[in-house]
Design a protein around this ligand. Sequence first.
Ligand SMILES: Cc1cc2nc3c(=O)[nH]c(=O)nc-3n(C[C@H](O)[C@H](O)[C@H](O)COP(=O)(O)OP(=O)(O)OC[C@H]3O[C@@H](n4cnc5c(N)ncnc54)[C@H](O)[C@@H]3O)c2cc1C
Length: 484
Amino acid sequence: MGEDSANGWFMFDVIIAGCGPTGAMLAAELRLHDVRVLVLEKEPEPVPFVRALGLHIRSIEVMAMRGLLDRFLERGKQYPVGGFFAAITRPAPEGLDSAHAYVLGIPQPIIDELLEEHALELGAQIRRGREVVGFAQDDEGVTVELADGERLRSRYLVGCDGGRSTVRKLLGVGFPGEPSRTETLLGEMEVGVPQEEVIAKVTEVRETNKRFGLGPFGEGIYRVVVPAEGVSDRAEPPTLEDFRRQLRAIAGTDFGVHSPRWLSRFGDATRSAEHYRVGRVLLAGDAAHIHPPTGGQGLNLGVQDAFNLGWKLAARIRGWAPDGLLDTYEAERHPVAEDVLNNTRAQMELLSTEPGPRAVRELLTELMQFDEVNRYLIEKITAIGIRYDFGEGPDLLGRRLRDIDLKQGRLYDRTHQGRGLLLDPTETLSVDGWSDRVDVIADPTAALDVPAALLRPDGHIAWIGENQQDLNDHLTRWFGKPAN
Ligand SMILES: Cc1cc2nc3c(=O)[nH]c(=O)nc-3n(C[C@H](O)[C@H](O)[C@H](O)COP(=O)(O)OP(=O)(O)OC[C@H]3O[C@@H](n4cnc5c(N)ncnc54)[C@H](O)[C@@H]3O)c2cc1C
């Protein structure tokens, strides 16, 4: 058993600061392995602000892998993939490598609600109106201090507390990058002119200015996005008058906007935590990386951080984690976040109205007529192109496996419990010794291009081959020693 198994006196194994999408997803992943989880959320009630507008392919796959897809589909709307890189509109090429190749439009408050519901169903405790203000870690665990003075003890603390993360600051981890240079106003409100008029004007203005947007959002509400240049006081929340002025400046009309539901502003600060783990304290989601929302990747990135971390931290707590497994969280996810940061930096340049960036944008638009260029950018934004470095091997090694057809049902229907999985069309291999952690599907009909594959709980391919001894070595590498 691992180093943490003896400390049975902790009331919780893991405390998570923050119940955004990252914290809720992580809580659920930990509960799949019976880890005792407490989520502390400073807001007494969920916030209604709509930041993210939907899920990209890999996150949709993640929901399918945990049996959540039906409830997400019920509350969302499917759109074709395409037009995400710097808002360059080009449909996706044929044959994207996914059974779920669409965008799921679903406002963030609903995503948050569904993930919180999932975590609660699996037995996570979530306490709202509880703000983490301090912590101290020692060899055995972490003492977490709340704003009301209460102290709680757990083996690990994970900061999923957003871009201004208290946990990250207290941890003293550097957050290098660039401060915000370009500010944008975002709000939801009603308009005083007919929809056709709005659409015609918006189409005209967006020909030259991609940082402007005004679109219907249901129930007569419009989502308005306008540059904040000239709206000087960054410390104060924007007013409806600020929106009117900016709209008039950019579109020549304020569309008669009125009755705002909420008004906010966001910047394009781009930063990444130097470390995702210090001892028993970890960071995930916006607490570990921030970047502008171009391409709609932040929430997706955070949910996928949680998906990568959950089973590894659970393995550590349950005592079967091989040496170094928890360190692979940072090793794998830090480069992924760096790549997202870089592609958003590039997209922000391409949204500029300056002649130079506009020329580059035109050139890239031409290049995207080549299927391979278009495919490369789509796989990047939707995160299905990620390949973790698991060493030398076939191209599939380190990639996630798509939801393939099986003799009975589909692959992702068999991954709801978050366990490892040997997919063995050869019907000759075994996971004896690891069957408490790893399932087997021996199915000669499985549409797999390699003899057999070992999947981690996050669906990434950890081994490809047909030799039992080689498989045993890789089972040990990822799932620890065999049970006696
Ligand atoms: C305008 C805008 C549009 C966006 N559009 C998209 C999009 O289309 N697609 C996409 O993928 N992403 C988008 N994003 C990014 C996305 O909203 C974030 O990346 C995502 O919310 C990050 O999730 P999180 O759980 O890591 O952090 P958060 O959602 O910020 O959640 C952190 C939680 O921690 C709580 N908290 C903070 N401090 C404490 C504390 N000390 N103690 C306890 N609790 C605490 C907060 O109240 C909050 O509930 C957008 C962002 C913006 C601003």
